[in-house]
Write a protein that binds this ligand. Structure first.
Ligand SMILES: Nc1nc2c(c(=O)[nH]1)N[C@H]1C(S)=C(S)[C@@H](COP(=O)(O)OP(=O)(O)OC[C@H]3O[C@@H](n4cnc5c(=O)[nH]c(N)nc54)[C@H](O)[C@@H]3O)O[C@H]1N2
Ligand SMILES: Nc1nc2c(c(=O)[nH]1)N[C@H]1C(S)=C(S)[C@@H](COP(=O)(O)OP(=O)(O)OC[C@H]3O[C@@H](n4cnc5c(=O)[nH]c(N)nc54)[C@H](O)[C@@H]3O)O[C@H]1N2
Ligand SMILES: [Mo]
Length: 905
């Protein structure tokens, strides 16, 4: 087959190509690829159509930038941002602008296919043969039926971010639930265990910064928008805040575009916990100016901790006790007779020693001086001291601000972290300590600080739990508080009982799929569904993933293009592309924002803007048909029932359990249930969106924090309690550690459950000396994930190589290069302590820490069936590992850094 590279085509040519492609859709197309010249041969049919259709982008995981699509003669020819949307206000980012490439991509899956080569592997050609949808559905149903009858757990789903762009989650979550399988593995999260800290401090799975009022912002291992060029809120709010005079401090091994607009604090990778400990030490032991009132009534600082590390509880009510420093007696945390809380001191309760959590924290922080932190992080002690005192100063402890007539604490500071901090061994503690530092000055869910996600929903997400600490029954991740239930024999592929508060653990599941009995399962896997995930390229130990996938007898993939995981499927089902889908997405401000969006939320809507270019279906249509054939669409526990429950559809709009719906009808039910009878399909079709602006004060959950009842931790009691429980459960079946966790790394497993973060050396600090550098990776502007077909899109690939300066190169510090006798442009090999190797070109720069090698994004895709432009760059993930002992035991996260050496190629 001849595949023509589209590497060099320019925009005009591409659009010509695209127009024609639509017109030839359905004609004798090649299974994949196709000569671009073919397309010119068949001009679009003139129908006189010339209109702008309302839609939204879905080119990244925050799919709520509204767009308009110019459609002429049945062909989408132009995209624009829709000014009516308060988030993107008429703009689209570069990825959004390139989405026509997603629609008219000749390398899409064009028709259902089956493989004819039974051998599966990196170099095996699947030998795709075109089949009808009927044959595809029939084959899959025949394979699945016996599984459902025998043991539905034998069905496993591997889904990634490309699946979650479809907010219905009908295929990725509801379908496996209707099958009755608990094995629905989310790929996203293996390298970004970022939800725990926002959950603990705000009750929502991510948080955001109030940039309109913040005066001093520290980000660590996180971009708050502009780094990946978001078109919605943050991209405008950050520059505005900087212009207003907000100070931005960026703690990162590399100087990102954001860092270049503020103070860059170069840090040795994976040492953020040490930085946080040194920072907190300075605040508590040297500055001593904290928000003591907030600590007393809104944190667990006064809770008495016993010798066992757990809360000391009132025997009668079971409530945690505090020490009333006036009455000199222990009382329950919410006793209305309290006069004052002791934060320090040592007490005796029922003959046993106890001390307030704050006392414990203070004692714990003592050895972690800035000098100690300097040794580990390479950040000078003087810098840590200066930043801590600037932070405390800027916090304006005690000040208030009136918003909507409500007087609220005003703390215009924020310390936020994300993937770069959280995704290391010890990363959960490192992330938590940023929340702790903010809490020490009361900068939690108040104006100017870090706040929860959904405006107006404080009452839902910041509810008081029985211990007085924040509990959030409003979202589906409540396991973070108490841990998922213990299971023995092991029930789930992700070992949820042994990693009860892990983010998501597709990398564990990959091992379990390969070797179920070794991990304590009593069953094997018979059928696998792949949907928009790439655990070969995006996670770690790709060859192990291939082996695991090969061990499942039958696999089907709902696919947009022939990505690497899809190459291992037996049947491939073509998915409609972004602009061919009917879909809704919830909009709410993320990461950061200003008053234009902070209290706005709603929904965006789209429907196909053109006729299907190829013979594809939406995933919702696919699984509805499958469920029907499998007899799991109707009745209690059927797909309709699960859909009702998953989206909490109100009874009056609930789907009839015995009716087959089209997906637009389902959208109508869901939207009316959520927004009222007026906001159904008709409304959304006319307007393309629905947004509600609430009073600004509703963005700050503090307004819903009852004193004494909605506390956040400065002592990670619940994390510790989960560990205590886990140890007990494991011991009850004779285990000291999960299967395969190395004996000599036992402490590394259990210490991550400590209530106060301990610094410990991970494998990054004990690697053989020849691996003298650290490697890091970050999201690139034109490729922050593989969704929206970013890797396969010639526009984006071209922009990516130009905009992200040196993007497909290895960044190395100028001084380091000189000391190694290397220069800009040299061909080099990076070899990891774990054995992986990648080859590329050196980019010598001062914008990276001297001990670090860095590379942006993820490339080097090897599927020969995708556009060849996707092969550019390197697959960073070959340098890291998902092996037990090298991951964080609490989050399950894979360390995104490794020690490496570099040699000239
Ligand atoms: N090197 C490196 N690795 C990373 C990251 C990184 O920054 N750098 N980020 C990590 C993080 S934080 C995450 S969350 C994960 C995400 O990892 P995944 O969840 O795997 O997400 P993606 O790569 O975005 O997309 C998955 C697959 O879907 C395909 N695809 C694209 N569009 C569509 C579509 O419309 N439909 C279907 N069915 N498939 C589609 C893509 O080609 C890709 O193969 O990656 C992690 N891996
Ligand atoms: N528009 C848009 N938004 C997105 C996404 C998207 O695809 N599109 N993806 C979403 C997803 S899945 C995720 S997980 C988040 C990720 O969001 P972020 O975590 O903000 O993104 P990254 O660029 O992956 O990594 C952040 C930074 O960590 C730095 N870093 C690496 N190692 C270390 C370290 O050891 N210490 C410190 N301090 N820094 C380090 C990197 O240099 C990089 O600058 O973004 C989400 N937001
Ligand atoms: Mo992620």
């Amino acid at each position: 087959m001849k595949v023509q590279s589209t590497k060099n085509i320019n925009r005009r040519d591409f659009l010509k190509t695209s127009s024609a492609m639509a017109a030839i859709g359905g004609l004798g197309m090649k299974l994949y690829g196709g000569e671009i010249v073919d397309a010119f041969a068949a001009p679009a049919k003139a129908t006189g159509q010339d209109e702008w259709k309302l839609s939204y982008c879905a080119g990244c995981i925050w799919p709520f930038c509204s767009s308009k699509v110019h459609v002429k003669d049945g062909v989408a020819v132009e995209l624009e941002g829709n000014p009516d949307n308060p988030y993107n206000q008429g703009t689209l980012c570069l990825r959004g602008q390139a989405q026509l490439g997603n629609l008219y991509n000749p390398y899409r899956v064009k028709t259902p296919v089956k493989r004819t080569n039974p051998k599966k592997g990196r170099d095996e050609d699947p030998g795709w043969v075109e089949i009808s949808w009927e044959e595809a559905f029939d084959t899959i149903a025949k394979k699945m039926k016996p599984v459902i009858e025998k043991d539905p757990r034998r069905f496993v789903v591997r889904m990634g971010f490309a699946s979650s762009l479809n907010e219905s989650r009908l295929a990725s979550i509801c379908f496996p639930a209707a099958v009755g399988s608990p094995n629905s593995n989310m790929i996203a999260g293996a390298l970004c265990a970022v939800h725990y800290t926002p959950k603990v401090y705000h009750g929502t799975y991510v948080d955001k910064v109030d940039l309109q009022r913040c005066n001093y912002l520290i980000t660590a291992g996180k971009t708050i928008g502009p780094n990946y060029g978001q078109a919605s809120g943050p991209c405008r709010a950050l520059p505005d805040a900087l212009e207003r005079g907000m100070k931005l401090v960026v703690v990162d091994p590399r100087c990102s575009s954001e860092a270049s607009k503020g103070e860059w604090v170069p840090i040795r990778p994976a040492t953020d916990l040490a930085f946080g400990l040194g920072f907190a030490h300075t605040m508590v032991h040297e500055i001593g100016r904290l928000d003591f009132n907030f600590l007393k009534v809104h944190t667990n600082a006064p809770y008495l901790i016993g010798e066992d590390g757990l809360y000391v509880r009132d025997l009668e009510t079971g409530k945690p006790l505090v020490w009333d420093s006036v009455d000199q007696v222990a009382k329950t945390f919410d006793d209305p007779s309290r006069k004052d809380y002791a934060l320090e001191g040592k007490f005796e309760i029922d003959g046993k020693a106890a001390a307030p959590a704050f006392e414990k924290l203070k004692e714990h922080l003592k050895p972690y001086t800035p000098e100690w932190a300097e040794e580990i992080t390479s950040v000078p002690a003087a810098t840590i001291r200066r930043l801590a005192s600037e932070f405390v100063e800027a916090a304006q402890i005690g000040s208030t601000i009136v918003i909507d007539g409500i007087e609220l604490p005003y703390r215009p500071v924020a310390f936020v972290a994300e993937r770069g901090v959280a995704s290391h061994v010890g990363g959960r503690h490192a992330h938590l300590i940023t929340g702790l530092i903010s809490a020490l000055v009361g900068a939690n869910d108040v104006p100017g600080s870090v706040i929860g996600l959904y405006p107006g929903a404080g009452k839902v997400f910041a509810q008081p739990g029985p211990d007085g600490t924040l509990l959030n029954p409003g979202e589906k991740m409540t396991h973070y508080y108490k841990g998922r239930p213990w299971e023995w024999p092991v029930n789930t592929s992700e070992l949820k009982g042994m990693y009860p508060i892990a983010h998501s653990a597709p990398q564990m599941a990959m091992k379990v799929i390969k070797d179920p009995h070794k991990y304590g399962l009593e069953y094997e896997f018979d059928v696998m569904m792949i949907y928009g995930e790439n655990s070969i390229m995006n996670v770690a130990d790709g060859d192990d993933t291939i082996e695991a996938y090969n061990s499942v007898p039958f696999t089907f993939s709902i696919a947009y293009h022939y990505d690497e995981t899809t190459l291992l499927a037996d049947i491939v089902l073509p998915e409609a592309s972004n602009y061919e889908r009917e879909q809704v997405a919830e909009s709410h401000p993320v990461q950061s924002g200003d008053d234009s969006t902070l209290s706005v939320s709603g929904v965006v809507y789209k429907r196909p803007v053109v006729d299907k270019v190829y013979d594809s279906l939406q995933s919702e249509e696919i699984v509805t048909e499958l469920a029907d054939r499998l007899g799991i669409l109707y009745g209690e526990g059927g797909l309709n029932d699960i859909n009702n429950k998953f989206h909490s559809i109100k009874p009056e709009y609930a789907l009839d359990l015995n009716k087959r719906y089209t997906f637009d009808e389902i959208i109508d039910h869901r939207m009316k249930s959520k927004y009222g009878p007026e906001i159904g399909l008709d409304y959304l079709r006319e307007h393309g969106m629905y947004h509600v602006r609430l009073p600004l004060s509703s963005a700050f959950y503090y307004t819903d924090y009852p004193d004494d009842q909605t506390r956040v931790p400065i002592y990670f009691h619940d994390l510790y309690a989960v560990g205590v429980e886990l140890k007990k459960n494991m011991q009850s079946v004779g285990l000291e550690l999960p299967p395969n966790w190395p004996e000599d790394k036992k402490d590394l497993f259990w210490n991550k459950y400590q209530p106060l973060p301990l610094w410990e050396d991970s494998h990054l600090f004990t690697a053989p000396a020849e691996f003298d550098l650290f490697v890091v990776n970050w999201r690139a502007l034109g490729r922050n994930l593989g969704i929206g077909g970013m890797d396969d899109n010639p526009f984006l690939r071209e922009l990516y190589s130009k905009l992200e300066y040196g993007a497909t190169c290895f960044f190395m510090n100028t001084a380091t290069a000189a000391s190694k006798g290397l220069k800009n442009g040299d061909k080099v090999i990076i070899e990891s302590q774990h054995g992986g190797k990648i080859e590329g070109q050196l980019f010598v720069t001062q914008t990276i820490h001297p001990e670090v090698i860095g590379t942006a994004g993820n490339g080097g895709r090897y599927s020969k069936y995708m556009n060849p432009v996707s092969q550019a760059g390197v697959n960073f993930n070959q340098l890291i590992t998902a092996k037990e002992g090298f991951i964080d035991s609490t989050s399950g996260v894979i360390d995104i850094s490794a020690r490496v050496k570099i040699v000239k190629a």
